[in-house]
Write a protein that binds this ligand. Structure first.
Ligand code: SF4
Length: 396
């Protein structure tokens, strides 16, 4: 006699295909499991959030899923992706692309996902729908647990949790759960995020606000449809975002309008953005476009002197503070996590997954993850630590 066993998953959904079952993680990542692997466990049927088996095979099913999740892909870009979860063996401190970055201040940078819905012409990461980098997505429960440990270690009042991804945080289906989870951590008083806002809706804004998000940094790069489309490298829902900006301030959350000023491209619209910011009572966080190794290069970057001179002129003209620093956001220095490695230290560790860019691999040691420059895809690598700043580790 068979016992029917329904195995349900909160974060996975399933779609039956001819020869495969598509397993969808966090709505935008998926992998395929050949149907013969599932039928080898017993008769089965597929439901949206569960698999129903004629046998008691939960443990075996987990092994099958663990085998094929290695082929996880981003459904939007097709990029290979690593799911970083509590049992993955990958610590969340050590990397600039995912997890937790502690730069020794009262602000912790949180990176649950890589990947973006736009294709900004100035993107410092060359992110977007045409990105060809390896992606990461972090299990929300694991992320909250590890944030809690770091906040406890830092032990300061008014801790800010800043969700600033290499991409767009609204692509993370668990964003609200993440905000709710960190909002109840003792000493967390500010939760903020950087967003292009194209995927934001009134309902999501309200839910984020009610969950504890109290600052929205919106990268609005112009005031005309033509310019915002040009800067986004895609159709940008300008009218919609303008309405949301008003709504954010109406809710009582802080709004920061954070355009990137790309010389020769959006210069003419910066004054209008300042006027908009004043009208909405928003802070203006104008950013200097900078050229980065992996970034797009639509213009020559202005020197910091040139940039600050331009800001000074605009400050005088519009009677507004534009040269912001940490004090404008109440960011103070705070205890940093200890660094378990020193420069030049030789380390040996096993490769756990690919790094963000070609010829990079992620390894783990001493509760940190390290990005190693190597052609190897698996096995053990021996390398020298070449960066330790801010607990972001590189090895070569
Ligand atoms: S929104 Fe940000 S991450 Fe996305 S493409 Fe634009 S600059 Fe890059």
């Amino acid at each position: 006699m068979y016992t029917m066993g329904e195995i349900s998953f909160e974060n996975l959904s399933f779609v039956q295909k001819k020869d495969y079952t598509e397993v969808i993680l966090y709505k935008m990542f998926s992998f395929l499991v050949p149907n013969f692997e599932l039928s080898s466990l017993g008769e089965y049927s597929v439901k949206p959030n569960s698999l129903v088996f004629s046998t008691d095979c939960e443990k075996k099913l987990m092994l099958v899923l663990a085998k094929y999740i290695k082929d996880l892909k981003n459904k939007v870009t097709g990029n290979s992706t690593t799911y970083i979860h509590a049992s993955s063996g990958i610590p969340l401190v050590g990397n600039i692309s995912f997890g937790i970055v502690d730069r020794g201040s009262s602000l912790l940078e949180i990176k649950p996902i890589t990947s973006c819905n736009l294709n900004c012409i100035y993107c410092s990461l060359s992110e977007g729908r045409k990105s060809r980098w390896h992606d990461f997505v972090v299990e929300v429960e694991y992320l909250i647990e590890e944030i809690k440990k770091v906040v406890e270690f830092k032990g300061i009042k008014d801790q800010e949790i800043h969700i600033g991804c290499q991409g767009e945080p609204l692509f993370y289906s668990e964003l609200i759960k993440l905000v709710k989870g960190v909002s109840v951590i003792k000493n967390v008083s500010v939760i903020s995020m950087d967003t292009n806002a194209a995927m934001l809706t009134k309902e999501i804004t309200k839910e984020l606000f009610d969950s504890g998000m109290n600052r929205f940094n919106i990268s609005l790069n112009g005031v005309s449809q033509e310019m915002t489309d040009k800067m986004a490298g895609a159709k940008y829902p300008l009218k919609h975002v303008l309405k949301l900006c008003k709504y954010i301030t109406k809710l009582g959350a802080e709004l920061v309008i954070a355009p990137v000023w790309v010389p020769g491209i959006n210069d003419k619209e910066i004054p209008d953005l300042i006027k908009l910011g004043k009208k909405l009572n928003a802070k203006m966080g104008i950013q200097n476009y900078l050229e980065y190794k992996h970034g797009k290069k639509p213009a020559k970057q202005a020197t910091w002197d040139e940039f600050y001179a331009k800001l000074r002129d605009l400050e005088e003209k519009y009677n507004i503070k534009l040269k912001l620093d940490q004090t404008d956001f109440n960011i103070r220095s705070a205890p940093s996590l200890p660094k378990p490695f020193v420069d030049e230290e030789v380390v040996k560790a096993r490769i756990l997954c690919p790094g963000r860019y070609r010829n990079e691999a992620i390894v783990a040691a001493k509760n940190r993850n390290i990005t190693v420059f190597t052609n190897k895809k698996s096995g053990v690598v021996k390398f020298k630590i070449i960066r330790t700043k801010h607990n972001i580790f590189l090895g070569k």
